[in-house]
Design a protein around this ligand. Structure first.
Ligand code: C5P
Length: 416
């Protein structure tokens, strides 16, 4: 099986002498590891040591043509499924926090879309300094995960927090963060965000949706090894690593994209908030109030958009799994049950948008899984990343119970 790809970024602290041991541990655990080091890291750890344990040339210079020729920095940033920064000095944390790209390592950290695991190491007073505290907080809010530092005797002579986490602990965290590739070989389509239905060149009707839930679902599927297509309505969210993204504006464009991907997909998760109606006519020029009688407003005739979820659920299923979402403000579970029946999908993920916490724009969500025939599983308020993991656990279980015959054009006689 293909080895999972880890980029190990090393900055210049005394703990860097432990990095070859970390790299060795990662390689022994079956990972493919490449190293990138800062100029000051090279004063603490010999590039040759990292090269020998990783089996790859170490990258150290953004402008070295031989190094760039082998794998350029953007290709390396994209190559990584996970980036481990060990050790991370106070200086590197500061440069990461403000998004500097003034050497190879910071450029890689800015360019990669892979999750970051950071193992800080520094003097206890540097770690406790409000400037470092602030940087750690900023990075944490951006999704960076910290391992350590641990407490104990520091190389500088002080006692306290500041020791880099032990290599074995970092290896364990990496293994946990990457998780098993339980969806390897599966093709997945996820829709996310709201659609935008133009009224004229400047105005549109849209549904409220940050896209965060759908993006988290797509990211988790990719993390588990699936080939993922993300059909996204207008959204500024970055594309998670390893995903093919199709940007769409309208429900009709989303329908075309989903139907185009359907034949080769095995799992479709429709997390998008699709506008149910669109303006019957799209004015080619901006509708101007000056062109209307004084005080008058135009009326906009609406027509129904196709229900993409109902449409694909009615196609021959051939072992596929189709999941819909139901954002409800009242009678959440009853509405979700009715939706499940009406649309004919395999599972509805219901969420209560009237709650104060979770839902729109939030990083957390409280959902219930509503299954055909009545069973309901209600989850607590959880980070959307965790909701995504729980959803994929359920889908995987269901896939295990289905024959593996999807992925080709559905045959005409098949039924769901
Ligand atoms: O009908 P309602 O919008 O509440 O249903 C929500 C579910 O149906 C979501 O999974 C959404 O992506 C999907 N949907 C759709 N096409 C529509 C409306 C909703 O696929 N026109």
């Amino acid at each position: 099986m293909e080895r999972r790809r880890i980029l190990c970024a090393v900055s210049g602290g005394i703990a860097a002498y432990k990095t070859p041991e970390l790299v060795r541990g990662l390689v022994r655990s079956g990972f493919d590891v490449r190293c990138a080091i800062t100029a000051s890291a090279a004063r603490f750890v010999a590039p040759l040591a990292l090269e020998t344990v990783s089996g790859h040339r170490v990258r150290a210079d953004l402008f070295d043509r031989a190094e760039e020729g082998e794998i350029d920095h953007i290709a390396l940033a994209d190559w990584a499924e996970l980036v481990v920064v060990a050790p991370a000095t106070a200086n590197l944390l500061a440069r990461m926090a403000i998004g500097m790209a003034d050497d190879l390592v910071t450029t890689l950290l800015l360019a990669t879309r892979a999750p970051l695991l950071v193992a800080p190491a520094m003097n206890v007073n540097m770690w406790r300094h409000p400037a470092t505290r602030g940087n750690v907080e900023v990075l944490g809010r951006r999704g960076v995960r910290f391992i350590g530092p641990e407490s104990g005797a520091l190389a500088c002579g002080w006692e306290g927090e500041g020791r880099m986490a032990e290599p074995a602990r970092i290896v364990a965290e990496v293994t946990l963060a990457l998780g098993p590739r339980t969806l390897a070989g599966e093709r997945v389509v996820v829709t996310a965000g709201g659609t935008r239905e133009p009224v004229d060149p400047v105005r549109s009707l849209t549904n409220r949706s940050s896209g965060k839930m759908g993006f988290a679902i797509a990211a988790e599927a990719a993390r588990r090894g699936a080939e993922v297509v993300l059909v996204a309505g207008p959204s500024a969210l970055p594309t998670p690593p390893g995903i093919r993204r199709i940007d769409v504006q309208t429900a009709l464009e989303m329908r075309d994209a989903v139907l185009g991907e359907w034949p080769s997909a095995r799992i479709v998760v429709m997390a998008a908030a699709v506008a149910d109606f669109r303006p019957a006519d799209r004015a080619l020029q901006k509708i101007k109030k000056e062109d209307l009688p004084e005080g008058a407003a135009p009326s906009i005739a609406l027509v129904r958009n196709p229900d993409i979820l109902a449409e694909i659920s009615a196609l021959p299923r051939d072992g596929r799994v189709v999941v819909g979402f139901a954002a409800e403000s009242h009678d959440v579970l009853d509405s979700a049950r009715r939706k499940l029946e009406r649309k004919g999908c395999d599972l509805i993920v219901a969420n209560d948008i009237s709650r104060e916490q979770g839902g729109f724009d939030s990083d957390r969500n409280a959902v219930a899984f509503v299954w055909p025939g009545g069973p309901v599983e209600e989850l607590a308020l959880l980070p959307k990343t965790e909701v995504a993991a729980q959803l994929w656990d359920r889908i995987e279980k269901r896939l295990g119970a289905l024959p593996r015959d999807a992925g080709a054009e559905p045959s005409a006689g098949a039924s769901r």
